[in-house]
Design a binder for this molecule. Structure first.
Ligand SMILES: Nc1ccn([C@@H]2O[C@H](COP(=O)(O)OP(=O)(O)OP(=O)(O)O)[C@@H](O)[C@H]2O)c(=O)n1
Ligand SMILES: C[C@](O)(CO)[C@H](O)COP(=O)(O)O
Length: 237
């Protein structure tokens, strides 16, 4: 049997409605570059590890060419098949990856949000090392650092949950392409990450410790924080 290869799929077709900017947040500038370029560079730093790196954008996207002028380079793919939800974007992207990049069902895919632009090559390597011999696959995740409350409809505390077994799901999430496509097709568009689809078919993805810095830029205040992290990393190099 031919050894499994690793592909990367970056969903980049969201609208960023919670970020409150004028366009899709993944093209907003951070530390002098569009957000998605920071994301892409973390994977390009490990390009030799991957059989292909694919970015999935909306069919209506008019900004990716200006944001990433040298994309796609060799081994990279621009897939203009984004859908109405993140799950649809990932599913469409996986189908296109199989058709246009020759990815097979036993190959691995690392699905990573364009909006998690602070992921590092070290974190990506840690996920690959933990999952490449695992029968299911897994995801980067962060142990819940705060006390967890359940809200009542009136906005009061209804209860407090134990946090010892709670983790925040991050990306990348790494699964076999065939298993993930099958799981996403069964799960439909309501799942908010790949692991949820895999869980729904009765499997238990591996939780691989990530970092608080690998947060998803979602709200307006996240941008200044991400920029500060990027500047502090630059100052160290
Ligand atoms: N239909 C969609 C929705 C989301 N995404 C991508 O999935 C990642 C995580 O999505 P999130 O940031 O939560 O969604 P957005 O649609 O970008 O933002 P919002 O929910 O605030 O509108 C992002 O890289 C986003 O571009 C996508 O490719 N296709
Ligand atoms: C995939 C994800 O980043 C894991 O935390 C997250 O679920 C995506 O966010 P969304 O708001 O559900 O698109």
């Amino acid at each position: 049997m031919t050894p499994s290869r690793l592909f990367v799929l970056i969903p980049c077709g969201g609208s960023g409605s919670r970020a409150g900017g004028t366009g899709p947040k993944q093209y907003q500038r951070l530390a002098g570059r569009p957000m998605v370029r920071h994301t892409l560079e973390a994977f390009r730093a490990l390009a030799g590890r991957f059989a292909g790196i694919a970015l999935v954008v909306s069919p209506q996207d008019r900004e990716v060419a200006a944001a990433l002028p040298r994309f796609p380079a060799e081994g990279e793919h621009l897939l203009q098949v984004g859908g109405a939800t993140r799950a649809a974007t990932v599913r469409n992207g996986l189908l296109a990856l199989r058709q246009s990049a020759g990815a097979g069902p036993h190959d691995w895919v690392l699905v990573h949000d364009a909006a998690r632009c602070l992921v590092t090559p070290t974190q990506i390597e840690a996920l690959i090392a933990a999952c490449e011999h695992d029968p299911v696959g897994g995801l980067l995740a962060h142990r819940l650092p705060d006390t967890l409350k359940v809200a009542s409809p009136e906005g009061r505390v209804a209860s407090t949950l134990t946090r010892a077994d709670k983790w925040l799901a991050q990306t990348p999430q790494m699964f076999r392409i065939g298993m993930l496509l099958d799981a996403l097709e069964r799960a439909g568009d309501s799942v908010t990450d790949e692991a949820s689809a895999i869980e729904a078919i009765g499997l238990a993805p591996l939780l691989v410790p990530g970092s608080a810095q690998n947060f998803k830029l979602t709200y307006p205040e996240d941008f200044a924080l991400a920029e500060a992290v990027l500047h502090s990393r630059r100052a160290k190099t």
